[in-house]
Design a protein around this ligand. Structure first.
Ligand SMILES: [Zn+2]
Ligand SMILES: [Zn+2]
Length: 376
């Protein structure tokens, strides 16, 4: 499969492929036999065809002990399988009964089932609670504020019914920390001296040693487990109210795929440690008044570590943008939180709009110069 034909697929999907297949799911409607999908606004399973609704048990989840993070289990594989996109490489975990699906990130239908296992089963989920229609409206409002985005981008979003709800895997960690520290800080002081009958101001650097014990509790430090969406984007989409997440149940996946994790629990804990260490350092330093740090050694003990491996609700949007007819197209992804409706992403920049603005500025500068010459 060549790259150019993959792009053609993608264009078809983005602009004309509204007839693309709906997700097929395991839960069948008891009334008409169609697939039941998770309804984000009602938090139950609902049949799109006849409107039959079916509630399922939703429980609050419990945090897991740290040791469980190192268990090598693949229990999620019993109910899911992993599809891989031949065009952009995205890997999506979907419910086992589902046959095929377009890639949520680039839109091609060129997705193949892999033999990969889904890995650790999530123990928690923040369910989608805003509908696709609402998410699309939020994305449209966001796009309208992008001054330099091409008109086609804003127009496209008015009928973008193909943003895809795709759960994003993440870990949260809790821990109670105790740190001992010692170091040396420096303070710059000004002082005055009398010389030859005049007052002079001078500066000097004063070093002072610090040491002590510092305690800090961390609650739900969120670490992104998939490289498809970067940590910064997920941070901007927060909060997800992970403290009120629900116990994972297969029903939440009905109608929604999940990105495959690319960082396991151990790696994510390593990243969480970096966040923890940084916050402890700045917590310690905030107690002192200083100009710069000569050195600071901190030794931290993390006690009572708990984690959640959870799915976060994110609508993935895509826009296929070609600057010029002869140029390769580029996919712009944007993301809408399925929990709070926040939108984060990069919009394409229209060369035409930038050109017009540049010309406008040049004209103003020329006018200013001309006026300047005239009135001198
Ligand atoms: Zn039905
Ligand atoms: Zn793709």
């Amino acid at each position: 499969m060549t790259e150019s034909s993959a792009q053609t697929d993608s264009e078809n999907y983005v602009f004309t492929g509204r007839e693309k297949e709906k997700n097929t799911e395991i839960a069948k409607c008891p009334n008409c036999g169609a697939n039941m999908l998770f309804d984000p606004e009602k938090q139950l399973l609902r049949c799109d065809f006849c409107g039959t609704e079916q509630a399922f048990e939703i429980n609050n989840n419990e945090e897991q002990n740290f040791e469980k993070l190192f268990e090598n289990n693949n229990t999620w594989s019993e109910e899911t399988h992993v599809f891989s996109c031949s065009n952009c490489g995205a890997k999506v975990v979907i419910s086992k009964q589902e046959i095929s699906k377009a890639c949520p990130f680039c839109g091609t239908s060129n997705v193949l089932e892999t033999s990969e296992l889904a890995g650790l089963k999530p123990n928690a989920v923040v369910p989608f609670r805003i509908s696709k229609e609402t998410a699309t409206q939020k994305a449209l409002n966001w796009a309208r504020k992008k001054f330099f985005a091409p008109r086609r981008f804003k127009k496209y979003l008015t009928h973008a019914d193909d943003i895809t709800g795709t759960y994003n895997p993440a870990f949260t960690f809790d821990t109670d920390t105790v740190s001992t520290y010692h170091g040396r800080l420096a303070r710059t002081e000004t002082y005055t001296v009398r010389r030859n009958g005049r007052t002079e101001t001078r500066t000097r650097t004063v070093y002072f040693n610090i040491s002590g014990v510092y305690s800090m509790f961390f609650d739900d430090i969120l670490i992104q487990a998939s490289s498809r969406i970067d940590q910064k984007t997920v941070d901007k989409l927060q909060p997800f109210d992970t403290n009120n997440s629900k116990e994972y149940a297969e029903e939440f996946l009905h109608g929604y795929g999940a990105s495959q994790y690319t960082r396991d629990g151990k790696e994510c804990w390593g990243l969480a440690r970096k966040v923890i260490d940084k916050r402890i350092r700045s917590g310690i330093l905030s107690k002192y008044s200083y100009s710069y740090v000569d050195y600071l050694n901190v030794s931290t003990e993390c006690n009572d570590i708990k984690f959640k491996y959870l799915l976060l609700p994110i609508y993935v949007g895509k826009f296929d943008w070609k600057k010029r007819a002869d140029k390769k197209s580029k996919i712009y992804n944007f993301f809408v939180s399925g929990f709070n409706g926040k939108v984060v992403g990069k919009a394409p920049v229209s060369p035409l709009k930038v050109g017009i603005l540049t010309l406008g500025i040049m004209a103003l500068v020329a006018l200013a110069v001309w006026l300047g010459i005239k009135f001198i």
